[in-house]
Design a protein around this ligand. Structure first.
Ligand SMILES: N[C@@H](CCC(=O)N[C@@H](CS)C(=O)NCC(=O)O)C(=O)O
Length: 222
């Protein structure tokens, strides 16, 4: 069967999965959801209840964003995202998913962490410390490893986007971060990202799913 992705448009984990799935050129269908109303079938096949979830049919399920990227690129990697030092790519991704994401959540949603007596400005600095080595890499070439993007660029930039968006004026005014700022800008303007951010209607059990990365064309009303 055609693989089906359970996805939430604004989730950075779901974005990185969509980036790899679209870049791979594989034909995938998408079920758009909102987190407070997850489809029963998604919870059946992945009880931990996070997006993205890629359903390959039957009990074959991939419920981790990086594993979805790996699955897609293992089959088809036309842009060469796996060319290069994959171990180092994964180290950068681990710093993103660990310390950076932790600081991002506390910076973006301080009221969720009232028991921790969070200072959002301090968390923002912790996040910036993780971005500093990325910025240094980007001073040497347009993407993290070379002149073309790879797995690390694509797995990380959706989170930097979120970090920047909390206070765009502050982010844009950061001195010494021009390489990171233009790297982010380039991703946001890319054709691939436009496809990744196509808006789909929420999926309902009775509906057929649109193709991932293709503009949704509703059936004309008679
Ligand atoms: N480690 C997971 C994390 C995914 C994740 O945490 N996704 C969030 C949305 S961005 C989620 O589904 N949270 C569950 C919820 O809020 O109900 C992955 O990489 O796929």
């Amino acid at each position: 069967m055609t693989p089906i992705l359970y996805s939430f448009r604004r989730c950075p984990y779901a974005m990185r999965a969509r980036l790899a799935l679209i870049a791979s050129g594989l034909k995938i269908k998408v079920r758009e959801l909102i987190l407070r109303d997850k489809p029963a079938h998604m919870l059946d096949i992945s009880p931990k209840g996070t997006v993205p979830v890629l359903w390959l049919g039957g009990d074959q399920v991939i419920a981790e964003s990086l594993e979805i990227m790996d699955w897609a690129l293992a089959q088809s990697d036309p842009a060469g995202w796996l060319n290069g030092d994959v171990t180092l790519m994964r180290e950068l991704i681990a710093a993103n998913d660990g310390p950076f994401k932790r600081a991002l959540d506390r910076y973006k949603y301080p009221t969720r962490y009232l028991d921790e007596a969070i200072d959002p400005a301090e968390q923002r600095e912790i996040g910036l410390d993780v971005l500093r080595p990325l910025n240094a890499r980007l001073a040497a070439h347009p993407y993290l490893f070379s002149a073309t993007p790879n797995l690390a660029d694509m797995a990380i930039f959706p989170f930097v986007r979120q970090f920047a968006q909390v206070d765009r004026a502050w982010f844009d005014a950061l001195k010494d971060f021009a390489p990171l700022q233009s790297w982010l800008e380039g991703h946001l303007k890319s054709t691939l990202f436009q496809k990744v951010m196509i808006k789909y209607p929420l999926w309902q059990e009775t509906q057929s799913e649109p193709w991932l990365g293709e503009a949704f064309a509703p059936t004309p009303q008679r």
